[in-house]
Design a protein around this ligand. Structure first.
Ligand code: MG
Length: 203
């Protein structure tokens, strides 16, 4: 199982970090050791003073796919949920400045909390899905899949040209604006169409 992530997929978020809006999707991968499930707490690591939450719409891959055509892309996913792409922003900024990979800043243990996966059938219009993130009961991120720079079918087609999709993989589709630092004691909640799916603590 792997976690395939998309960076800079919302223009407002690219802008808030001072990044250009990319022509092609920005793709990176987290290992299976990054997964954090069942609303278990996230233990703040000691190697960063600037861990950011990035709330994202996530999809579960239903079957193996290579060179998937966009028109069939939705048949390669069967579940939807909310995930947090935790990022050690200080390490990432340093890596970017040096032209080095983002790996450690994105792929550390438990850097990918995921909600319970919901059947995709209930969300037939992939371009019309709303999600939100609250930190300590305060609304911090509001996402709408219609605002994505690269649509979900485009992402599936693009990724599968390079990396074979396998059943059970997760796809993180990028974060909208409003990312920020977490601290010990914070409560993080993620909602899909108003339904709370994520609710966990930073310890
Ligand atoms: Mg992200």
């Amino acid at each position: 199982m792997k976690i395939i992530c998309v960076g800079r997929n919302y223009a407002e978020h690219a802008k808030e970090l001072g990044n250009a809006v990319p022509e092609s999707p920005v793709i990176f991968i987290k290992p299976d050791t990054a997964l954090l499930k069942d609303n278990n707490p996230f233990y703040h690591p000691d190697f960063s003073d600037d861990i950011h939450y990035e709330c994202e719409l996530i999809f579960r891959v239903a079957r193996e796919g290579k060179y998937v055509q966009e028109k069939f892309a939705s048949t390669y996913i069967d579940g939807i949920g909310i995930g947090i792409d935790f990022t050690a922003r200080d390490l990432q900024t340093e890596a970017k400045q040096k032209g080095l990979p983002w790996t450690l800043s994105k792929c550390f243990n438990y850097s990918a909390p995921v909600s319970a996966i919901q059947p995709l059938d209930a969300y037939p219009d992939l371009q019309n899905i709303h999600f939100t993130c609250k930190i300590n009961d305060e609304l911090r991120q509001t996402g709408y899949s219609g605002d994505m720079i690269h649509t979900i079918p485009t992402l599936i087609a693009y990724i599968s040209r390079f990396i074979t999709l396998k059943k059970g993989d997760y796809i993180f589709t990028g974060t909208p604006a409003g990312v920020g630092k977490v601290k010990i004691g914070d409560k993080i909640e993620g909602f899909l169409e108003g339904k709370q799916l994520l609710n966990f603590l930073v310890k």
